[in-house]
Design a protein around this ligand. Sequence first.
Ligand SMILES: CSC[C@H]1O[C@H](OP(=O)(O)O)[C@H](O)[C@@H]1O
Length: 329
Amino acid sequence: MDAIRWEGNTLFLLDQTKLPVEEVWLSYTDYRPVIDAIRTMVVRGAPAIGVTAAYAYCLAALEGADLKEAKAALAASRPTAVNLFWALERMEKQAAACGGNPETLIAEAIAIHQEDVAMCRAMGHHGAAVVPDHARILTHCNAGALATGGYGTALGVIRAAHEQGKVDMVYADETRPLLQGARLTAYELVTDHIPATLIADNMAASLMAKGQIDLVVVGCDRMAANGDFANKIGTYSVAVNAHHHGVPFYVALPCSTIDLSIPDGSGIPIEEREADEVRTLYGVQTAPRTVEVYNPAFDVTPHSLVTGIITEKGVIYPPFRENLQKLFG
Ligand SMILES: CSC[C@H]1O[C@H](OP(=O)(O)O)[C@H](O)[C@@H]1O
């Protein structure tokens, strides 16, 4: 399963706002509409946003556009996922080295894409080792093939553990307000024949209280140097509930999502999104049109609630600040 393709100097994105009802692929030969595609979440998920931005940068090079302008416009699409900025920095560095040669830049973007899938598979391999037999796993939002270059981070761990016969059930939080869990994670799990149960976000704690969750694994949009991390809104409450019930809580991410320049979670920029995302549910009004709304797309989970950090280089345990530094040599 994939959400991003590059064929014939054209970027193709699976329109994730239409899933799971319709599988619609959109094509782009101009980088400018890709900015809206990221902002409106046609494509979403930290690694997927980075891969998409890398290809969009190539579209700018192919048309001979101002690459600094293109990079700045793409970087302004969403503020939290650090992969967006990491990928654009890497493309800009390659552009300086190759004089903006489109073919060289396309090769770099393809490398970023392929490396991401390889990192997800490595994460899956390392993460599966922490999954017990007959595991009942809870996950939040979508950190799967649709959020990455392919295979997934949190869902990569789940896929690898399932391949080893260790997964009895995956509980997927629907993840309001945009329902990435219901629409995307459930879609991935059902498509891959992985046992799945969809729950409303407010049901997770009672499942833990009944002893029906053995482990939580979630994705990440940006991690600070001490292991505090930003992920989809609602992740923090899952972590608090897991801590209260003694349920191991893991976060899976590629090293490109770790931002050592930010000492702790208070420095992670949190995207605020449009109020109508909460006042409506896929176009159906579910609240008064004039009611005030609080709609942060992410929240920050403190490292103190994290059991382990699953990366492509292995699983990191506390003390996180020191061990994350070691990860980067
Ligand atoms: C593998 S990163 C996925 C990460 O991104 C999601 O946010 P969004 O759907 O708004 O891009 C969510 O936080 C996932 O955990």
